[in-house]
Design a protein around this ligand. Structure first.
Ligand SMILES: [Zn+2]
Length: 601
């Protein structure tokens, strides 16, 4: 059977961007939001005790609203992604964003009211049948609300952050837009935007040219270093003042809390990684030899390795679908079943055509009880892995679907568990399925360089942010100091194994300027190795892993990360054992790589 590579949005709301059904939905949601807000304002926690009928109503209204807004957002953002020139879709997206803002404003009032309930009473409340299942998220919500200042003060802070915190975040985007990187090509000097330049550097095959490009790239950021330094200092300064106002003295507390994890876990992860870097350095040395270099330069770490010409294996969309389902099946028939539904019912927009936005994602349709996947599929092994990755997200959503939405809000560190797992299953299979040894080596190298990024590059980002925050607490950190801190962090993280580094990385990397979440780095490494550890167990379990795996996914938003691992994997994340198991998988890949490439050096 042939699968269609375009998605079905008509079944969600008929009529495309001008869909009457969608507009009707929005006006209904606006009405419901008004009622919800009134309901919350009228809620009297004292009168509602002891059986809390009012709270039950509020939670059920919230559920309906979240689902309705989620459904609408997936629809409009899908249309906007599939056609970047669809201006109506973009306007509609704005309308949906406003619905979210209204909902979250009402929820702030709600959360504050939760703190009116005395600790003792709240404990009893959580034991009641109606609230038991959502005890964890409800308790978390109330604990967070306890730290809030008065409604007026919070509102003032919010308003000030528009021109303060958010303003500096926008300033970063404006600064990046002025970056021009000159590259010499065939005797001519061409100038590129930051995004274009990055793509060109990553695609460049000649190591010498890559080095020259990195120098140009460094200079372009260095020319505006003072402006970037001011921006970064003000972002962190605002954040630290905000923490202080809320009685938070440790800048690691919010990012850890956000990821529902303990600092012991984070330290155990980095310590185990640090103890295992020798093998990555071996891999770097081999890669350098294959590239005819003494030592790798900064950009060489993720550059492609070619030991010979090969014709890359090409997959049609239907071939990819069959390949994915077949490989999912050996780990989990239910995962394969979900993928089958996604292909048959056209959940996936994968057509390679102009006018689509780049990248890929998976979005939930909570009312239709389906997902939608967006990507551009042009037939490479890499595309097959991406498709599997997004189907992993869809699977995660599907196993959470019957739970209250409160129990579906998993944190960033576990958000990529199911997707990375699915990707690992399929990327390992594409390596096995390679047309030639040269292709196999190239695919294996891609996989290892990803682990290396998690262990070295992300570690450097983390070390830099730690030392930057330490310094920032005492005052402004100059551009020169920032570059020094970055160089120290990179050398430590890469065990001094590279020939050149990227000291201006603190300006070039968007993640340091993210206004959404602080320390937008360690959850990547956490998520990757958490998933790799689960994958290692699945391989050992030989097919009997499915039920345990699903049970784990279902609990991803219902407990702390440590409890999740303890309950479902019987491991203590604060100790090194689990992390070592996960890293051993990477070591196996490196051993295979070293063996296969022996004859090419
Ligand atoms: Zn993902």
């Amino acid at each position: 059977m042939r699968y269609k590579n375009t998605w079905d949005m008509e079944s969600v709301f008929a009529g495309g961007s001008n869909s009457p059904a969608f507009h009707e939905k929005v006006s209904n949601l606006q009405e419901e939001l008004k009622e919800f807000d009134e309901c919350i304002h009228q809620w009297n926690t004292k009168e509602d005790a002891p059986d809390y009928k009012g709270l039950t109503t509020i939670l059920s209204k919230r559920e309906t609203l979240e689902k309705g807004i989620g459904e609408s957002r997936t629809f409009v953002s899908g249309l906007a992604s599939a056609d970047v020139n669809d201006t109506i879709a973009r306007t509609n997206l704005n309308v949906v964003t406003q619905l979210y803002t209204k909902l979250s404003n009402s929820l702030i009032v709600f959360k504050k009211k939760l703190t009116d309930i005395r600790d003792e009473d709240f404990k009893h409340l959580l034991e009641q049948e109606a609230f038991k299942q959502s005890a964890f998220p409800l308790n978390e919500m109330r604990e967070q609300a306890k730290k809030l200042l008065s409604t007026e003060e919070e509102e003032l802070l919010n308003n000030l952050s528009m021109d303060g915190f958010q303003g500096w975040g926008n300033m970063y985007d404006e600064l990046v837009a002025t970056i021009e990187v000159p590259f010499e090509e065939e005797g001519e000097m061409n100038s590129y935007s930051a995004g274009q330049a990055e793509n060109k550097m990553n695609a460049e095959k000649d190591p010498e040219k890559r080095s020259e490009m990195l120098e140009s790239w460094e200079n372009a950021w260095a020319e505006k270093a003072d402006l970037f330094a001011s921006t970064l200092n003000h972002l962190a300064g605002f954040r630290l003042s905000d923490y202080k106002a809320h009685g938070i003295m440790d800048y690691m507390e919010p990012p850890l809390e956000y990821n529902r994890m303990e600092s012991d876990t984070l330290n155990a992860m980095w310590d185990t990684i640090s103890a295992n870097k020798g093998k990555i350095v071996d891999y770097f040395e081999r890669k350098a030899k294959l590239l005819d270099l003494k030592k790798l330069n900064w950009l060489d770490v993720t550059a492609a390795v070619n030991v010979g010409d090969f014709e890359e294996k090409d997959y049609t969309f239907t071939e990819a679908a069959d390949f994915i389902m077949e490989n999912f099946e050996s780990f989990s028939p239910k995962m394969a079943q979900l993928a089958k539904q996604a292909f048959e019912e056209q959940w996936i927009e994968a057509e390679d055509r102009p006018g689509k936005r780049p990248g890929g994602y998976c979005a939930n349709l909570p009312e239709s009880k389906e997902s939608r996947i967006f990507m551009t599929f042009s037939g490479s092994s890499d595309n097959v892995s991406t498709l599997a990755h997004e189907l992993g997200h869809a699977f995660h959503s599907s196993v959470l679907r019957d739970l209250p939405t409160l129990n579906q809000n998993y944190a960033m560190n576990v958000a990529e568990t199911a997707s990375t797992f699915a990707e690992l299953v399929v990327s390992d299979a594409t390596i096995e399925n390679a047309n030639s040894e040269a292709e196999k080596i190239s695919l294996l190298d891609e996989k290892i360089s990803r682990s290396a990024t998690m262990m070295m590059n992300i570690h450097a980002r983390y070390l830099f942010e730690r030392s930057f925050h330490e310094e920032r607490q005492n005052g402004i950190v100059t551009a020169k100091q920032l570059s020094e801190l970055m160089l120290v962090a990179q050398k430590e993280a890469y065990e001094d194994a590279l020939e050149t580094y990227h000291p201006m990385f603190w300006a070039a990397k968007l993640h340091f300027y993210n206004t959404g979440v602080p320390f937008y780095n360690f959850p990547y490494t956490f998520g990757y190795f958490f998933s790799l550890g689960i994958y290692a167990r699945a391989l050992e379990a030989n097919g009997s892993f499915e039920e345990d795996y699903i049970a784990l996914l279902r609990d991803t938003a219902s407990m702390s990360t440590e409890d999740l691992a303890q309950k479902h994997l019987q491991v203590d994340l604060r100790k090194s054992d689990f992390w070592q198991e996960a890293i051993d998988r990477t070591h196996e890949d490196i051993d295979e790589f070293l063996e296969l490439t022996e004859k090419y050096i």
